[in-house]
Each structure stands twice: as structure tokens, then as C-alpha cells.
Ligand binder design. Structure first.
Ligand code: SF4
Ligand code: SF4
Length: 105
């Protein structure tokens, strides 16, 4: 079971995501261009949920996204993680270990 982020931490992370998505599209593209690797569908980011609620596309048994690679997958999920901070500010050790994305230092 993953440890839950505090409400305000999650709020800050979600707000930042939406801010970049709606108001900083150019910077967002630049950030994504710097990202290395690819999603290995480990499912940890989905397991974290959204303010304690599980996404309806998340299959708890397989720990996979049922919308992966389809048009149903929300845009912010497709962009995740657009930078290190977006990946829950490094506060979730499980995701740091299993996520398939990385950045050159
Ligand atoms: S849509 Fe898929 S990738 Fe996005 S949170 Fe739900 S299960 Fe995860
Ligand atoms: S944590 Fe990273 S590799 Fe795992 S499902 Fe999310 S984006 Fe993909």
C-alpha cells in the first residue's frame, strides 16, 4: 500500500500540472523533449490515485491502465511525468524505483 501524500502537497502538484498544461505549453514541450525512457506501465502513478480516489481506468488486479494508448487516456496522464517535480516531487519512493522515465543530470 502506498503512503498517501498530504492534501496540500497533492494540491500543489495537481495545480502545477494544470498550470503547465493550460498556460505553459511551450515549456511543457521543452520539458518533455528532455525526458528519457518510456512508460513501462508499472502502474504506480495510477495507484497513487487522485486525492484518495482511484481512477476508473485503473485495473487493480493487473495494476495497468485500461485506457493506455487509447484516446480515452487523459492528456495529463499522457504527459506524465513531464519533469522530475511532476513525478510527485520525488516523494514517492516506489515510483522513483519503478517509473521508466529519467533525466540527464
Ligand atoms: S487514465 Fe490510466 S494512466 Fe491515467 S490515472 Fe487512470 S489508470 Fe492511470
Ligand atoms: S510510474 Fe512511470 S512507468 Fe509507471 S505507469 Fe506511471 S508513467 Fe508509466
Amino acid at each position: 500500500m502506498l503512503e498517501r501524500l498530504s492534501f496540500f502537497t497533492e494540491l500543489r502538484i495537481r495545480f502545477r500540472t494544470q498550470f503547465y498544461y493550460f498556460f505553459r505549453k511551450k515549456e511543457l514541450k521543452e520539458k518533455i523533449a528532455k525526458r528519457q525512457g518510456k512508460c513501462n506501465q508499472c502502474g504506480v502513478c495510477c495507484e497513487i490515485g487522485f486525492f484518495g480516489m482511484q481512477c476508473p481506468f485503473f485495473d487493480k488486479e493487473t495494476k495497468k491502465c485500461r485506457a493506455f494508448g487509447t484516446k480515452k487516456m487523459p492528456p495529463t496522464c499522457r504527459l506524465f511525468p513531464f519533469d522530475k517535480a511532476n513525478r510527485y516531487e520525488g516523494r514517492v519512493p516506489e515510483i522513483e524505483k519503478s517509473c521508466g522515465y529519467w533525466w540527464e543530470e
